[in-house]
Design a binder for this molecule. Sequence first.
Ligand SMILES: Cc1cc2nc3c(=O)[nH]c(=O)nc-3n(C[C@H](O)[C@H](O)[C@H](O)COP(=O)(O)O)c2cc1C
Length: 219
Amino acid sequence: MAKLSEIGFSKGIIAETIISTYSAEGQPNAAPMGVTMQDEEHLTVDLFNTSQTYRNIKANRCAVINLTFNIEIFYRSAFKETNPNGNLPAEWFEKSQSVNAPKIRMVEASIEVLVEHLELMASRGTMKTRGTLKVESIQATCVYPQAFSRALSLTVEAILHATRVKALLSDETQQKRIAKLLEVISDCHQVVNRVAPNSSYSLVMDDLTKRIEGWRNLK
Ligand SMILES: Cc1cc2nc3c(=O)[nH]c(=O)nc-3n(C[C@H](O)[C@H](O)[C@H](O)COP(=O)(O)O)c2cc1C
């Protein structure tokens, strides 16, 4: 079995992953989540208590942490409404080997984890829960080295900020913070258009920008 330190994790560094879980009713779900390595057998994740991922992890006490460079998986799992019928496609998922959570088929690695501990904490006025996760198994594919484009991290950054914009939009006390987030998203969009024109990244950025405009008009 590969070790966390062999698939890109380092102690104390947040890795951007996709966590997949089942709901209490058995519905598969996935969402981008930042995960931090504590040691070779433990990871932590800070979950907003409003997320479906938090509810699923609380119900089933396990999850799969999927590693991918595929921007579409980040985008469509962050904003479920970008999918046909507003749901992630069932064919994305398959049963994992050792835990009661689905894994995503088209990823580079999947880490099956059990929840060891859940701890409630307050963060900037919202409730979050820190999950300590124990690694049960790791499956990793062997892939060719991938040429790095800034477009990937810029687009992931913009998607992350957009999840915050969506959550804060109706809060009148947060308008300054929202304006700052929108500025960062717009800067990311400009650079993506320059370094990766007509790409999957620029398509995501165009769609994201339109969606944000739509949320603001609905407000
Ligand atoms: C790169 C990235 C990292 C994220 N990290 C976290 C995180 O660590 N904790 C969290 O609660 N939400 C995080 N989010 C936001 C969630 O993915 C987002 O709110 C999502 O819609 C939650 O989906 P769910 O309700 O199906 O769990 C992140 C989003 C992105 C794009």
